[in-house]
Write a protein that binds this ligand. Structure first.
Ligand SMILES: C[S@@+](CC[C@H](N)C(=O)[O-])C[C@H]1O[C@@H](n2cnc3c(N)ncnc32)[C@H](O)[C@@H]1O
Length: 216
């Protein structure tokens, strides 16, 4: 009996802890669209900082954040010193968009699909970096491919994409692009631990038109 009470107490502790670190909206979205969320928790501050650290705050091109969710990485990018007018945030889920707009009224937060990224970037605007939390491994393959094509198309020669993955080996989306990984680092203080990769699309500029894509 005592054993059961203790076990119940521990279950409550775990669920209280999860409630504290996982906002209700994240759990709701995770339950209704697990493939499009692709994570059990928002990114930890350690993961967010490691992503933001890859971006040069002194440059002046656009920094695009994709799949901002609850805004953990958005916050790290602002703390890194990225000027709000350099930051464009794209999120597909309306509940996250509403929350992000409330939390960051100074930012340009677009409700849209990352596969349509080119439509949200002003013509002629130099894109320095794409910082992505998109679950590229759990999205439908044609959608992941369409998203990666946008990155190839939009990033300038010295631009970078920063993407994290829970697959600490080689995530399958890497087969959809010949982008070169220029740095990687495992962040253990995240649930689950994640690998942050930095990619260059320099040799992969596309001359071909962009493909049709599926919706997430
Ligand atoms: C791993 S979660 C984001 C975690 C986020 N870093 C946080 O701390 O909350 C992935 C996010 O990508 C968004 N997403 C998925 N597919 C998308 C798409 N095609 N375009 C834009 N956002 C998308 C989801 O709605 C979700 O917010």
């Amino acid at each position: 009996m005592m054993h059961r009470v203790l076990r119940l107490g521990r279950t409550r502790q775990v669920s209280d802890y999860l409630r504290k670190i996982v906002p209700g909206v994240f759990l709701q979205e995770l339950c209704s669209r697990p493939g499009a969320i692709g994570a059990i928790c928002p990114s930890s501050p350690f993961l967010a900082r490691q992503m933001a650290r890859q971006i040069d705050p002194g440059a002046d091109g656009l920094v695009i954040e994709l799949g901002a969710g609850t805004g953990a990485i958005t916050q790290a990018l602002l703390r890194r010193g990225i000027a709000p007018q350099r930051l464009l945030v794209v999120e597909h889920c309306p509940a996250f968009v509403a929350r992000l707009r409330k939390r960051y009224p100074q930012l340009n937060i677009v409700h849209g699909n990352a596969a349509d990224l080119g439509q949200f970037v002003p013509q002629g605007q130099r894109v320095d970096a794409i910082v992505s939390s998109l679950p590229l491994c759990s999205l439908p393959e044609p959608l992941a491919q369409a998203i990666l094509q946008q990155w190839q198309h939009l990033l300038h020669d010295h631009g970078i994409a920063v993407q994290f993955t829970y697959n600490l080996r080689r995530p399958k989306w890497r087969n959809f692009t010949a982008a070169r990984q220029t740095a990687s680092r495992i962040v253990w203080a995240n649930l689950p631990p994640a690998s942050v990769g930095t990619y260059s699309f320099k040799t992969e500029k596309l001359a071909a038109p962009l493909h049709e894509h599926a919706t997430p």
